[in-house]
Write a protein that binds this ligand. Sequence first.
Ligand code: C5P
Length: 406
Amino acid sequence: MRITLGVTGGVAAYKAAELVRRLQQEGFSVEVVMTRAACEFIKPLTFAALTGKKVITGLFAESGGEANLESAIEHIAVAQRTDLLLVAPATADTLAKFSRGISDDFLSTLYLATTAPVVVAPAMNVNMWNHPATQENIERLRGRGVHVVSPDEGYLACGMTGAGRLAGQDAIISAVREVFQMRQDLEGQTVLLTAGPTQEDLDPVRFLTNRSSGKMGYAVAEAAARRGAKVILISGPTALESPAGVTRIDVRTAEEMLNAVQKHVAEATTAIFAAAVADYRPAEAAAHKIKKTGGEFALRLEANPDILATIARKKGERLIVGFAAETDKVAENARKKLKEKDADLIVANDVTAAGAGFDVDTNVVTLFARDGRDLALPKLTKREVADRILDEVVRLSASVKHQSAD
Ligand code: C5P
């Protein structure tokens, strides 16, 4: 689990250093983002030494005097790789920015850019905390699902006594744990996933493939692991990093993918087929590089096995989830696929829709469940789509259990 710790400019910033240690002891990987004001209270170097990672202090990190592209889009990269954004201490100013959506520094931009859960631990002067402006901001954030670890009462650095002291580490850690445990609804389950494209060899240097990036499948793998499942990810070639806590098996061809799935499927309670498997492969893969002869060249293809359908034939109580990339008649084709392939859930998307399909970070899908429920989702990040798919998996597996108990 990766936590991004946002440190803002209050006297309590020094306490964040110890918090990093505690989080690490709890098994979290921590990355630190500081506001400019926080750097007045504590040096980024302290956090860099504790985490072994670069500490981000601004939106545009200087590189050789010029802001570079990598730093300009870093907030998106951090937003995507974090499993939880924790801000401790959170100043009145940062809370106000979060509440209003102002994004004029790295942390406030990250807050808007991430879909991970957010925990804030405010710390400030008692009057600032009690001020209606701050209280309104807190309420608005709570209403949006932000977890607030309320400050303790006590002696404050400003000399006053009252509420405003950064909550104790135990309270902050238990809020973090609570967020992660909120959705441990896949605990005890094993999820097997296929993801990415396949490569079908023509000769030792050439192959047929497709535009799948693997992003959707990897997002589901990551979400399933976050929600407590044991995850086996059987992946075609992608440029993606393995999600934390996931066992990844790399394959190239559809045949290798089928073999790997068959080897591991017995232990899976749910199998999710997100891979874009090539429907056809060259009938013969030449042992040597095919020479150019000039003129026409015909390629004979043969059908690949349908991995999903092969597994679904002997599925027992295992839930089978398939994907359908369509360009027209999405609902009709998806329902047909659900039946023909004997799947329990089909995630269908119109790959021609804006914000859907290959290589983008968002997707627009409709979930077609075996029990007749259709769920059309708005444009969401692939990470959010992943959670919605798993919500359906949880719902359907509860009904399977219910039926077998009847
Ligand atoms: O029939 P179609 O290719 O549209 O079905 C897509 C679904 O079937 C996806 O879930 C995909 O991963 C799976 N599939 C498979 N093996 C194939 C072709 C598709 O597992 N050879």
